[in-house]
Design a binder for this molecule. Sequence first.
Ligand SMILES: NC(=O)c1ccc[n+]([C@@H]2O[C@H](COP(=O)([O-])OP(=O)(O)OC[C@H]3O[C@@H](n4cnc5c(N)ncnc54)[C@H](OP(=O)(O)O)[C@@H]3O)[C@@H](O)[C@H]2O)c1
Length: 265
Amino acid sequence: MLEPVRVRLPNRGAVKNALGRLQTVLVLGGTSDIAVATVDQLVASGARTVVLAGRDLNALETVAEPRRGRATIATRAFDAVDFDSHAPFVDAIASEFGDLDLVLLAFGAIGDQPNDERDPAAVVDVINANFTGAASVGTAIAERLRDQGHGLIVVLSSVAGEKVRRTNYIYGSAKAGLDGFFLGLGEALRGSGARVMVVRPGFVHTKMTEGMDAAPLAVTAEQVATDVVKGIRRGADLIWSPLPIRGVMSVLRHVPRPIFRRLPI
Ligand SMILES: NC(=O)c1ccc[n+]([C@@H]2O[C@H](COP(=O)([O-])OP(=O)(O)OC[C@H]3O[C@@H](n4cnc5c(N)ncnc54)[C@H](OP(=O)(O)O)[C@@H]3O)[C@@H](O)[C@H]2O)c1
């Protein structure tokens, strides 16, 4: 019997025609406020099928229901820390919905640093939810996109990983790991037709940051979604949201540690 032929489409680089081509979108962490805002903009730009995946099917249905009619919105169970389920999950989604044009990794957990930092199990939970889970499912998705010969992974990193601070070094270090992993994965996928875009938001007003004092240059989930869609359109590998936070982080990265330690951040 002949081996099946895998057709690899050429890497199209900038996805300028893309929002028309981004018909099937998979969202991991489908109840994330940033993800929901991004889905709304993708659907308005032509996405036809959206699969919202996450731990809480009832909460996912609450997101999906009012959006049905504008696109086909399905909900499926997914847990970022159930590592063994990741490869079968991606296979099942692909056999049910066909080629995945865009996969948005939006899950994450900020934890409770003052308590977590004395508790090894809590540290592992935060690192798994933000880094290990993303690396695991990201690898399964990348394999699928390689086989398709196209597709974009968009992953929500954070400026917290750009310069890890004393006050949230558990979450920050997990995001630093995630950021490096997905930049590297993007390099590994070059030439395959599949791509990665890493998103580094600053402080975003969402349920994750509810009750916290907003940092300078804070934005809404809708503003991040707008930046994500712009980044997709221009074929970016890495974006900041809002853009000016890039300059701030670039300065902070070079502040000597004894001075950085004294900054009220
Ligand atoms: N808000 C900010 O200031 C900010 C800044 C930079 C980066 N980010 C990143 O942006 C992403 C989205 O955050 P957000 O602000 O939109 O927060 P959010 O609304 O609290 O969303 C977080 C999402 O992660 C999901 N999640 C957590 N653990 C999971 C697990 N084990 N398996 C599957 N899903 C899990 C949650 O699902 P449940 O409904 O099951 O809890 C929820 O859908 C996160 O990666 C976050 O780190 C946020």
